[in-house]
Design a binder for this molecule. Structure first.
Ligand code: ASN
Length: 356
C-alpha cells in the first residue's frame, strides 16, 4: 500500500482526509476487453479536482490517497474486501479526521453496510463514493461525487458510514443501488437522506445522523471474515412455484450457516407446511435465518397472513424494513463473531447502526 500527499501538504495528518481507492468505474480506463480499473489515481484525481472553480478547490480538505495494489470492479468484492477496508480505516483512525472510500457502484452499498457494522461507534466520517462514468469522460459525474464526498468527509459532525452520490448523503446501512444507468443511482428507501448539496452548500442533518449516539470510544468489531467467506451466507428471493426440495437443497447444505430469505409483500410465503418445516429444521441446526420483503419499501410483518403463520415459531428472524444489503452483511458480521446463537439472534433483531 502506498499513500501520497496531494493537497496542502503542510497540514498535519489529523486535519486531513484519507482517500482509499479500491477501483470501480470512476477510475476505469479502456483496454482491449472493455473498461478496467486504472492506476495512477492520485494524480488523475488531483488533475480532475484541479479543474474545479478555484473557490471549490479552496473548500477542499487536504487529503492523502491510499491506492490498493489490486484494483477491482466491485463485482469482485467479497466479505474479505469489506474486512480489509475496515481494517485500513481502523489502522489510520488516529491520523485522519475523515475517510473517503472510492468504490465501484455495483456493490458499493454492500460494502457500506458491512463497514457500518465493523466500525460501530465511529466518531468521524466515512464516506463512500464512486461514479457512473469514468473520471476522464466528458461531463462525468465523478468530479461532483469526489468533491461532495471530500466535503462531507471533512465535516466532524458526521459520525457514521455514509454514501455520497449525486448530491445526496445517505446512511450507508440504508442505501441501495436503484438504477443501472442513471447518475442518481442510489436511494435510501426507508430513511431520509442525512445530508445533501444545495447549491454551494453541503448540509448535514444532525437530527437524522448517528453523531448524538457516539459517546465514548468507538466499539469496532473487526472480526475475521475468513470464516464466512466461502459461501456460508446465502440470499434467496422466493418465486411462485418454489418447491420445498429446492429450499432444502440450499438451507440444508452443511456449508450454509446463515440465509437471508426475501419473502413477498409484508412477509408472505406459499401456504405449504413442508416449506415451514425446511426453515424450522435449518434454524434448529443453529443456522441464522432472517427475512425481509422483496419490495424495496415497507416492513415485513410475519404472520399477518395465514400463509405465513408459523414463520416466527420456525425460527425466522424479521428483518423489518432493512435493505437486502444491510440484512445480508449483518448476518455475515454476526456469524463471524464468536457469539452464542441466541446472542446472534438477539443482535440481529436490535438496531446496531440505525439500519432498522
Ligand atoms: N462495474 C462498476 C463497478 O461496480 C460499476 C461502477 O462503478 N459504476 O465496479
Amino acid at each position: 500500500m502506498s499513500t501520497t500527499s496531494l493537497l496542502a501538504s503542510a497540514a498535519p495528518t489529523q486535519e486531513r482526509v484519507l482517500v482509499i481507492y479500491t477501483g470501480g468505474t470512476i477510475g476505469m480506463q479502456p483496454n482491449v476487453k472493455g473498461l478496467a480499473p486504472g492506476g495512477g489515481f492520485q494524480d488523475r484525481m488531483a488533475d480532475a479536482l484541479g479543474q474545479l472553480p478555484i473557490l471549490h478547490q479552496h473548500a477542499l480538505p487536504a487529503y492523502d490517497v491510499l491506492s490498493y495494489a489490486s484494483l477491482i470492479d466491485s463485482s469482485a468484492a467479497t466479505p474479505l474486501t469489506w474486512q480489509q477496508i475496515a481494517n485500513d480505516i481502523a489502522a489510520n483512525l488516529a491520523n485522519y479526521r475523515g475517510f473517503v472510500v472510492i468504490h465501484g457502484t455495483d456493490t458499493l452499498s454492500w460494502t457500506a453496510s458491512s463497514l457500518a457494522y465493523q466500525l460501530q461507534g465511529i466518531d468521524r466520517p466515512v464516506v463512500l463514493t464512486g461514479s457512473m462514468h469514468p473520471l476522464e469522460t466528458a461531463n462525468s459525474d465523478a468530479i461532483g461525487n469526489l468533491y461532495g464526498a471530500l466535503r462531507f468527509a471533512a465535516n466532524i459532525e458526521l459520525q457514521e458510514v455514509a454514501i455520497y452520490f449525486s448530491n445526496r448523503l445517505l446512511r450507508g446501512s440504508r442505501a441501495i443501488k436503484q438504477h443501472a444507468e442513471s447518475l442518481d443511482a442510489f436511494i435510501s428507501p426507508s430513511y431520509p437522506c442525512i445530508g445533501e448539496r444545495v447549491g454551494e452548500d453541503f448540509i448535514y442533518y444532525p437530527s437524522r445522523g448517528l453523531g448524538f449516539q457516539q459517546r465514548g470510544a468507538p466499539r469496532f468489531e473487526l472480526s475475521d471474515y475468513q470464516v464466512v467467506s466461502d459461501g456460508a451466507v446465502i440470499r434467496l428471493a422466493l418465486w411462485p412455484g418454489i418447491a420445498p426440495w429446492q429450499l432444502e437443497a440450499l438451507l440444508g447444505d452443511s456449508r450454509v450457516k446463515g440465509a437471508l430469505l426475501q419473502l413477498w409483500g409484508a412477509g408472505n410465503i406459499p401456504n405449504d407446511p413442508a416449506i415451514i418445516d425446511v426453515i424450522a429444521n435449518a434454524s434448529g441446526e443453529g443456522k441464522l435465518l432472517a427475512a425481509i420483503s422483496q419490495c424495496p419499501q415497507g416492513s415485513i410483518h410475519m404472520g399477518e397472513y395465514a400463509a405465513g403463520h408459523g414463520l416466527t415459531e420456525a425460527g425466522l428472524l424479521s428483518g423489518d424494513n432493512m435493505t437486502p444489503e444491510a440484512a445480508f452483511t449483518k448476518l455475515v458480521h454476526l456469524l463471524a463473531q464468536p457469539l452464542p446463537t441466541d446472542d446472534r439472534r438477539q443482535r440481529f433483531l436490535t438496531s446496531l447502526v440505525g439500519e432498522r
